[in-house]
Design a protein around this ligand. Structure first.
Ligand SMILES: NC(=O)c1ccc[n+]([C@@H]2O[C@H](COP(=O)([O-])OP(=O)(O)OC[C@H]3O[C@@H](n4cnc5c(N)ncnc54)[C@H](OP(=O)(O)O)[C@@H]3O)[C@@H](O)[C@H]2O)c1
Length: 357
């Protein structure tokens, strides 16, 4: 008997226009069947939230999205049925769909973001083409694995740059204590880099500092970007008078100039976020620093399936655990509360929804 599923859908405030903001509606049980011979049916066990998922619900996301679409992009689950033409997966494999369904090797010129222009994963079961899914490292729980398809791969892409920047001994500046940032803290430390972390909250910084002390690695250094307006100078001071080699840039227009101030010569900035808004007023004079320091400013767009395979290989080889990256877990019927919790900004790391059946 084919399974049925429960699924959340957006219900736009202005009919047909999800950019107006939406409410989340949990649908009645509906049948789900595998009709495509190249697809797999996945029983979802965990979904992690990203800033973008809640931004869409609140109507403040800058990109077009499917009006009544299924939200969220990051799921981990088990294959329960395969199409007859599928060769790479078996029933029982632990898998995740990739975030950008068109990004197989990263050279594709268009995109299809899950939970945006196409249906996402906030459901008990989902069907995806097998080639748009990856197996995740066996040692991870579903909750940990659900942190990888967006936040994990974004952190990986920003740390790696285009030339494999993530190398032992480099110094990495990481902004904020959200999902992408905490994944980046984890990866940078495992790779043997020095980490300088910024936050608007001393409590959050202290919490991360203490958690990092539980690992047998050097301490991280921290700066409060809210109480210390000239935080770029403090970052350079903390690094012994030299700027940092890699930065995970989350503020965007509001922070980029200071991030450049915190860079070493030939440093690489991974431009991930735009949390500081769209005003360009703060960018005045930025280009002279870019040129003086021969900085590389690289836009980050999550990553491809190929990138995700490489990251998963690194996570498996290091048996990297991500339990301490998870701030809080919610149940499937608490999805709206989980989204509001993320929006409140109280979290440090990832917010995860368990999908028990
Ligand atoms: N380009 C990509 O491929 C990509 C992929 C994923 C996410 N993103 C973007 O990256 C950003 C972070 O995403 P996320 O899912 O990690 O979000 P998140 O979990 O909600 O974390 C956001 C955190 O960033 C910090 N923050 C807020 N405003 C800031 C500002 N003006 N300057 C510096 N830090 C600020 C805050 O940390 P504190 O409370 O510690 O200050 C906040 O908790 C978002 O803009 C998101 O849309 C981009």
């Amino acid at each position: 008997m084919p399974p049925t599923r429960q699924v959340y859908r957006r219900s736009p405030k202005v009919a047909g226009d999800a950019t107006s903001g939406s409410t989340l509606i949990l649908t009645e049980e509906e049948p789900i069947t595998l009709t495509d011979l190249h697809s797999i049916l996945i029983r979802v066990h965990a979904v992690s939230l990203n800033y973008r998922d809640v931004n869409i619900i609140h109507g403040t996301n800058p990109w077009a999205v499917k009006a009544d679409g299924i939200p969220c992009s990051d799921a981990a689950g088990v294959v329960v049925e395969i199409g007859s033409k599928v060769t790479d997966f078996q029933v029982g494999d632990k898998v995740s769909p990739i975030f950008d369904q068109l990004a197989i090797n990263g050279t594709e010129q268009s995109r299809q973001w899950l939970g945006g222009e196409v249906d996402g994963v906030l459901a008990t079961h989902v069907v995806f083409p097998a080639e748009k899914c990856v197996k995740f490292p066996e040692h991870l729980s579903f909750e940990e694995a659900a942190c990888l398809p967006n936040a994990g791969i974004t952190a990986w892409s920003a740390l790696m740059g285009t030339r494999g920047e993530l190398q032992v001994g480099k110094t990495v500046l990481i902004q904020g204590t959200g999902g992408v940032s905490m994944m980046a803290v984890k990866m940078a430390r495992v790779a043997g880099c020095k980490v300088i972390l910024t936050s608007s909250s001393d409590e959050k910084l202290e919490r991360v500092r203490r958690e990092c002390e539980n690992e047998s690695r050097p301490k991280i250094q921290v700066v409060n970007y809210k109480t210390n307006e000239r935080w770029d100078e403090e970052v350079v001071r903390l690094n012994g008078g030299r700027g940092v080699d890699i930065a995970i840039e989350n503020g965007g227009n509001s922070t980029l100039k200071r991030t450049m101030g915190a860079m070493a010569k030939k440093g690489v900035i991974g431009q991930v976020g735009y949390l500081g808004g769209q005003s360009t007023a703060g960018l005045d004079g930025m280009l002279s620093t870019l040129i003086d320091k021969t900085i590389t400013l690289q836009g980050i767009n999550v990553g491809s399936k190929l990138d995700q395979d490489k990251m998963n290989q690194a996570i498996a080889a290091n048996e990297m655990r991500l339990t301490d990256v998870i701030d809080r877990t919610f149940q499937f019927d608490e999805a709206i509360a989980a989204m509001e919790y993320l929006w409140s900004g109280q979290h440090v790391g990832k917010v995860v929804i368990q999908v028990k059946q």
